[in-house]
Design a protein around this ligand. Structure first.
Ligand SMILES: Nc1ncnc2c1ncn2[C@@H]1O[C@H](COP(=O)(O)OP(=O)(O)OP(=O)(O)O)[C@@H](O)[C@H]1O
Length: 492
């Protein structure tokens, strides 16, 4: 009889997602992904938990793979690797599977299903699958898995010392931190655990890496995020995330921007048109410039990119964009005088647009475009707002005007500074720029200037960020690394 490996409907869907969203090849054979899953499961040092992966029968819904496809069983000659797998899986099961065919195929099924489940938590759809396979699955996946399991035990023990009774239900590895989900037995445990964040970091010897506790969207479950040491981070490159700009989520947005990934490695998108203006702050080396590049590359990836006004008092960061066709005159602005002229020019454009809207009897740019006006959105990006303010405080006058009124005209501001201070982000500007990105800052006071609350002083640099998108809850994210070739490739 031909041996079959039964998988669930959910397994089948995940395999299809890997083939479609991961490789863009929906026609591949299911066993291609199932073989990778088997490899992933065999990287873990224990046998799959029979409670989590109960044996399925061939009558269940889902798909069946032939053992011949998966491990070459009964294939003639050298193609039959089934004895190799029998020997290997016997070690996991602690018994001789050469003597028990049924038990061997049951264990094989469990390994494939565990491998698929593990891949589903590690690989975020929309990110580069090949990068994941190389980095996580083959290079250091097994090692990461073991280290994470050990860390999970340690966290559970420290929680018990604090008097918190938690059962570890899930471990997920993001690019830079490991997230543990715990089921708490008592409601009071949540507060105890939140108050104990510092003790937890101390007990784990995290140094200046802060552990964070937040409630999960599931009854009595909490998320405990433990940042790994920088040497254990997985770099997310622009190539890994830029595909998300073609996703359905991005297509539903007007000016989709990919800032990098969320803490679990899924691309993080925001709509700049909804923002409608963005303030970014972070100390030198925090990854502020890379974040600005991510914003610009996102905009340039649009089918109809907006016109850009780039102001760069340091005259270095935006040099690579000089050749852009959609750069507003006079090109990359570097002096405060030219910045004044350019921003006042935007105010004139805003007023002209509002007159045009009145004539067309429309309310905003989207309606004007629908009415065939041909007007394009404009995004003004200022790197180092602090330098402009140092040269002239009056620069705030056109900026406040624009922040207050430019939204409906389709003009958006992205303002960045190394020195987030009350003077560089004055009240009138603050109240009209509701979306904020905080990269690592030196003091809690700077975090409060950017986000209206502390936290950014505990970030870990290199694009580690907190994003507060117009009134929504703050989320942590990690920026993508942008290489000069990404910029030259986009500028053309
Ligand atoms: N997302 C990222 N992934 C990996 N490394 C990063 C990332 N963002 C920044 N870095 C590292 O940090 C360095 C500083 O980044 P960046 O130039 O963006 O910082 P900055 O805040 O603009 O600093 P400055 O104001 O001094 O230019 C980069 O050269 C890079 O090595």
């Amino acid at each position: 009889m031909v041996a079959r490996v039964q998988l669930t409907e959910k397994d089948k869907k995940f395999i299809e997602e890997v083939m479609t969203a991961g490789w863009g090849r929906p026609g591949l054979d299911y066993w291609t992904v199932a073989r990778l899953a088997l490899a992933r499961s065999l990287q873990q040092t224990t046998a799959p938990d029979p409670e989590m992966f109960p044996i399925l029968s061939v009558q269940d819904e889902g798909i069946q793979l032939h053992a011949a496809q998966l491990i070459g069983e009964t294939k003639p000659g050298d193609d039959d690797y089934s004895d190799v797998y029998r020997a290997l899986i016997s070690v996991y099961e602690g018994r001789d599977l050469f003597a028990d065919e049924v038990a061997f195929h049951a264990a094989l099924q469990r390994h494939v299903r565990r491998g698929l489940a593990t891949m589903a938590t590690e690989w975020a759809s929309g990110t580069d699958l090949n990068h994941y396979l190389l980095q996580d699955l083959f290079t250091d996946g097994a090692q990461n898995g073991e280290v994470a399991a050990e860390l999970g035990d340690q966290v559970t023990r420290i929680m018990a010392e604090m008097g918190v009774d938690g059962r570890l239900v899930r471990t997920e590895q993001g690019p830079r931190l490991t997230r543990f989900t715990f089921q708490l037995s008592q409601l009071d445990d949540l507060n105890r655990l939140k108050r104990g964040e510092e003790k937890l970091a101390f007990g784990l010897g995290l140094g200046d890496r802060a552990a964070t506790v937040s409630s999960a969207p599931v009854e009595r479950q909490v998320l405990v995020d433990i940042p790994r040491a920088v040497s254990q981070w997985r770099t997310v490159d622009w190539n890994d995330v830029k595909g998300s700009l073609r996703s359905d989520e991005a297509r539903a947005m007007t000016l989709p921007i990919c800032l990098g990934t969320n803490v679990l490695g899924a691309p993080l998108l925001i709509d700049l048109a909804e923002a409608p203006h963005l303030f970014l702050g972070g100390t030198t080396g925090s990854g502020k410039s890379m974040t600005l590049h991510a914003i610009l590359l996102s905009l340039l990836a649009l089918e109809a990119p907006p016109d850009l006004l780039l102001i760069d008092p340091k005259a270095v960061e935006f040099a690579g964009y000089r050749g852009l066709k959609n750069l507003l005159p006079p090109g990359v602005v570097t002096s405060v005088g030219d910045a004044f002229t350019a921003l006042n020019g935007l105010i004139e454009e805003m007023n002209r647009r509002q007159d045009a809207f009145a004539e067309l009897e429309v309310r905003d740019l989207a309606e004007a475009q629908a009415a065939g006006s041909g007007l394009r959105r404009i995004v003004a990006v200022i790197d180092e707002l602090g330098d402009l303010f140092m040269q002239s405080d009056d620069i705030q006058i056109p900026l406040i005007r624009l922040a207050q009124k430019a939204r409906s005209a389709g003009i958006h501001l992205v303002l960045a500074t190394q020195r987030p201070e009350a003077a560089t982000f004055p009240g009138m500007l603050r109240s009209n720029v509701p979306s904020r990105v905080a990269l690592t800052v030196q003091k809690g006071a700077e975090s409060r200037i950017i986000l209206d609350e502390g936290g950014a002083e505990n970030l870990l640099g290199r694009g580690d960020m907190l994003v507060k998108f117009s009134g929504r809850q703050i989320v942590r994210a990690h920026g993508a690394r942008i290489q000069p070739s990404d910029i030259s490739g986009a500028v053309g």
